[in-house]
Design a protein around this ligand. Structure first.
Ligand code: CUA
Length: 167
């Protein structure tokens, strides 16, 4: 068979770009790892309390300065631990004033979970062994439901919470 000169050129270019593409994908996935920037800090999932942010008394909402908040949470099958209130009841609702800057910090004790505040731009993957962080300004007033968007087992749909932004 006699290939036309241009056919040869295009076949070569086509194969070369395919190989290059696969090399880039392989490099990104296996060598660099797939963890986004926010997953840079690691943690022992068996002992999350060793990290100051995830000690029971530091869970939930803390105002660090005027209009700036941190929310520390521990995800596990099948709940988000936002800490306990003064009466010892499990906190399920975070309340911040409109316009607050909120840094969400979350880690998992067991499997991969999600942490999405529906209707906002807060949407993280929560991996055991890593701390996921996301800082945002809560611009809109309303009640926003926290959902787990990574299938984590039989109680996946039971993982919830509420972020309330008030005027
Ligand atoms: Cu946790 Cu799905």
């Amino acid at each position: 068979m006699n290939l036309h000169k241009y056919e040869k050129i295009w076949l070569t270019l086509g194969s070369a770009s395919l190989v290059l593409f696969l090399l880039i994908i392989g490099f990104a996935a296996f060598w660099k790892g797939t963890h986004p920037q926010s997953h840079i800090e690691t943690i022992d999932p068996q002992n999350v309390e060793a990290h100051e942010a995830f000690q029971p008394e530091n869970l939930g909402l803390t105002e660090v300065e005027d209009g700036k908040f941190i929310v520390n949470m521990v995800a596990s099958a099948f709940m988000y631990d936002f800490g306990k209130d003064a009466d010892g009841k499990q906190v399920e609702r975070i309340r911040v004033p409109k316009g607050s800057t909120v840094l969400y910090q979350i880690t998992s004790k067991d499997v991969v979970h999600g942490f999405q505040v529906a209707g906002t731009n807060v949407n993280m993957m929560v991996e055991p062994g890593h701390i996921s962080r996301y800082e945002t300004v809560m611009k809109n007033v309303g009640e926003f439901t926290v959902v787990c968007n990574e299938y984590c087992g039989i109680g996946h749909h039971l993982m919830y919470g509420t972020v309330e932004v008030y005027e």
